[in-house]
Structure formats: structure tokens, C-alpha cells
Design a protein around this ligand. Structure first.
Ligand SMILES: [Zn+2]
Length: 154
């Protein structure tokens, strides 16, 4: 997949926690850390070739930065997605909590870790390589996909 090489990476400013989680759920590597100040964000963006996403006009002067005018999450997601041609794909999900990569978790290892209903109702599970959070395609997942579909992003 040539497209995996060119997948854009982002660093979101401290106002954009929800947006960062959604970008991660869409599979895009997005740093969001409230302890970063503006110079840290710029340094990270340059060092790791990340696009700055910000609500701040000063920070938006960084080349390639995306200035978001709206506080509305749907509009923010659409703005970033349109600029970079982002699409949701099952293959590229990341941990919404910490931005870690998700690894396949064999079903037998999910037993006792996930709720009984989730264990019985699913064949595929993923575990975050960084924080250990376990994922499966449950109701929450379907809600995410439905919302992305309604925005034309899935
Ligand atoms: Zn994680």
C-alpha cells in the first residue's frame, strides 16, 4: 500500500482534544498533549513532519498548519479531512486514548479482559501497543462509523 507511506501526521493544539481522538479513530497519527506549549508544538511538527492543527492564529502561521475557525467537532473534522483527503479505514485505527498503534489480539487472549458479551460476539480484537487498552467492534465502534459515514468520511 503506497498510501501508508504518505499518510499525514498531525499535532493538535490544547483546544482540540476531541478532534485529536477522532483523527486517531480514523487511523491518523495525531499528537495531543496539554502540556505542550506553542514552541513545543512547532518543534514537534518540524522534527516529525506533522501538520499543526490549531484554533490559534499565531500558531497557524507555521507552514502547512490548518487553522480551524469552528468550535464544532463535525466541521473541524470535515475541514481537516477535506484538506488532506482523509478517509476512515478499519486497517489503520489507532488508540483514541494515547495515539498508540493497535496490534491484533488473538481471541483467546481477550477472554476475561473484555466483557463477556463482547468476547462472545466478536472474533477480532486489538490491543494498544502503548497503553494496553483493548478494542473490538462493539456498539461504540458502530456509533463512530455511523458518525463518520454521515460526514462522508467512511
Ligand atoms: Zn493506547
Amino acid at each position: 500500500m503506497t498510501d501508508s507511506v504518505a499518510r499525514p501526521k498531525f499535532v493538535a493544539d490544547h483546544m482540540l482534544g476531541s478532534l485529536a481522538r477522532w483523527l486517531r479513530m480514523m487511523g491518523y497519527d495525531t499528537i495531543y498533549d496539554k502540556s505542550l506549549d506553542d514552541p513545543d508544538i512547532i518543534k514537534l511538527a518540524r522534527a516529525e513532519s506533522r501538520f499543526v492543527i490549531t484554533r490559534d492564529k499565531e500558531l497557524a502561521k507555521e507552514p502547512g498548519a490548518i487553522l480551524l475557525e469552528s468550535e464544532d467537532l463535525d466541521l473541524q473534522l470535515k475541514a481537516v479531512a477535506e484538506k488532506h483527503g482523509l478517509k476512515h479505514s478499519d486497517e489503520f485505527i489507532r488508540c483514541s486514548a494515547c495515539n498508540g498503534e493497535l496490534l491484533d489480539l488473538p481471541k483467546d487472549q481477550a477472554k476475561g479482559v473484555v466483557p463477556e458479551g463482547a468476547f462472545l460476539g466478536n472474533e477480532k480484537f486489538w490491543k494498544c501497543s502503548r497503553c494496553g487498552k483493548v478494542y473490538w467492534k462493539g456498539t461504540h465502534w458502530n456509533g463512530i462509523t455511523a458518525r463518520l459515514k454521515s460526514l462522508n468520511l467512511a
